[in-house]
Design a binder for this molecule. Structure first.
Ligand SMILES: Cc1cc2nc3c(=O)[nH]c(=O)nc-3n(C[C@H](O)[C@H](O)[C@H](O)COP(=O)(O)OP(=O)(O)OC[C@H]3O[C@@H](n4cnc5c(N)ncnc54)[C@H](O)[C@@H]3O)c2cc1C
Length: 459
């Protein structure tokens, strides 16, 4: 190692924090992770049910997730990822319409024939045009121009609302373009990947390798303050006291960072953009004794459903990872201030189960082995026009305080892959280069492929 070993505090033990800690520890630095909860993995964290672990929020990887897959390779578990073809369907008026090929789209009865053609053209154009200038055009105007007003109102708008609520108006077309190309970037048809042993396998391996390189991991250790001391070193305050480090990497969502920053640090750093807010999410997870559909994802964006999607992850995961049960996540993006976000679990359980039974009238209470409800308040930044300029910098205080969080991931999709990509940019700003057998970034990989099949990938 050419640079001297530094002590570095990593705030947050999600995938961003773990990636930074791994690479810094491998580069010979002394890292300490501070994680407020009792687990590593952040939004990809898990719980136990009947002797197995499951993600609290559905998670999968895509073949175009180059930086993430490269990291799994560095951890020695890349070969543990298995892949399956997966499909998408759209629920409308009690029917399920598969939307995976151009023929599916031509048969998509909820839209007039002309609108189906225009949605198809939108897919083709989205695949062929470059992303240049799309940060300054709204998704609304871009999609309306390509698909027409009617198709926008009936098809795209409900899916945008499903993701961003009533704040979808300002979301740049670049977000849509990237998302669309990420999920449709495979010439072999849609494929998703999962890892043997679940996402816990990934975080456990990170922990093992980081610890082997001398890193320290403090769980149940919420950071309550950060600042600079008189010598310009960073200080981290937790319930057990304060400690000083040469450097710090912050990986918490921006709204959670601002309130921690002390006056000396604040005086030395650029103002963080506080105007980028986050959507939260509720997931109602059901373990079923029978499958619902053969689709990984059924979009249910119409307002009659309390959730926006039915994600049947057991269409992807091996029996060894879930037992004989079928695993379904009902998902709803909501702002944390929305009264529905704080609805008691019993009400969510009652209302969402009833709505699911309306969609699947054969589903009985006996088919449900167990269910769980999970919420996360800070998941998806709510993007606005010109978002690229709003993304905070990697270096907050020169040479000392660095940031690697979801507010910077744009326009890459908010995902483990996006966080690894961002962490690598932050590491580069710290002078640590990630070895490059370099798989392509998700955006590059996606933009070079040319599958014509057309399905929406907003939810
Ligand atoms: C419903 C849902 C579905 C998703 N599906 C996928 C998917 O299929 N594929 C995919 O790749 N991605 C998916 N994601 C997105 C992915 O999980 C996130 O983008 C990613 O986990 C963000 O990682 P992060 O480390 O940047 O942030 P986080 O995971 O939010 O980690 C931040 C960490 O900081 C900790 N923390 C917060 N405050 C403090 C404090 N004061 N002190 C100490 N610690 C603190 C938190 O406990 C947390 O562990 C999904 C997310 C959700 C919610």
């Amino acid at each position: 190692m050419s640079t001297p070993s530094k002590s570095i505090a990593i705030l947050g033990g999600g995938i961003s924090g773990l990636t930074c800690a791994l690479r810094l520890a491998q580069a010979g630095h002394r890292v300490t992770i501070f994680e407020g909860s009792d687990q590593l993995g952040g939004l990809g964290t898990f719980f136990e049910h009947a002797g197995r672990t499951f993600e609290k929020f559905y998670h999968c990887t895509l073949p175009s997730d180059g930086p993430l897959l490269r990291t799994l390779e560095a951890l020695g578990i890349r070969d543990e990822v298995y892949w399956r073809p997966t499909t998408f369907a759209y629920a409308h008026a009690g029917k399920f319409f598969p939307l995976n090929t151009a023929v599916d789209l031509l048969k998509f009865a909820p839209l007039r024939f002309l609108d189906r053609i225009r949605v198809g053209i939108t897919g083709l154009v989205g695949r062929l045009v470059s992303d240049k200038g799309l940060d300054d055009v709204t998704t609304v105007s871009w999609l309306t121009q390509l698909s027409g007003k009617n198709a926008f109102a009936k098809f795209w708008k409900p899916m945008l609302e499903a993701k961003f609520g009533d704040r979808y108006h300002d979301v740049p077309a670049l977000w849509f373009w990237t998302r669309f190309n990420r999920e449709k970037g495979e010439s072999k048809g849609e494929q998703k990947g999962y890892i043997r042993g679940g996402y816990k396998r990934i975080t456990d391996t990170f922990a093992e390798v980081i610890t082997r390189h001398g890193g320290q991991i403090h769980l149940n250790t919420t950071v309550t303050g950060i600042d600079l001391d008189a010598e310009g070193r960073t200080t981290v305050t937790t319930s057990t006291g304060a400690s000083a480090f040469d450097q710090m990497v912050i990986t918490l969502p921006t709204p959670q960072v601002e309130k921690l920053i002390g006056p000396a640090m604040k005086a030395k750093m650029p103002a963080l953009d506080t105007s980028t807010d986050y959507q939260g999410v509720i997931n109602h997870l059901l373990f079923l004794k029978r499958p619902l559909t053969s689709h990984y994802w059924v979009a249910t964006p119409q307002s009659e459903h309390p959730f926006d999607g039915v994600v049947e992850t057991s269409t992807l995961t091996d029996v060894a990872d879930r037992g004989a049960r079928h695993v379904v996540y009902l998902t709803k993006y909501l702002h944390r201030s929305d009264s529905r976000f704080a609805q008691p679990d019993a009400d969510v359980r009652r209302d969402w189960t009833a709505a699911l039974q309306k969609l699947f009238p054969d589903l009985t209470a006996n088919d449900i082995e167990a269910d769980y409800i999970f919420r996360a308040p800070f998941v998806e930044p709510i993007y606005r026009l010109g978002q690229k300029k709003l993304c905070p910098p990697e270096e907050l205080v020169p040479g000392t305080v660095f940031l690697a969080n979801t507010a910077q991931v744009y326009p890459i999709v908010t995902s483990w892959n996006g966080s690894v990509s961002q962490a690598e940019k932050t590491l580069a700003a710290m002078g640590v280069k990630v070895e490059a057998s370099q798989a392509k970034s998700s955006v590059q990989a996606a933009s070079k492929t040319s599958k014509v099949a057309m399905t929406p990938a907003v939810a």
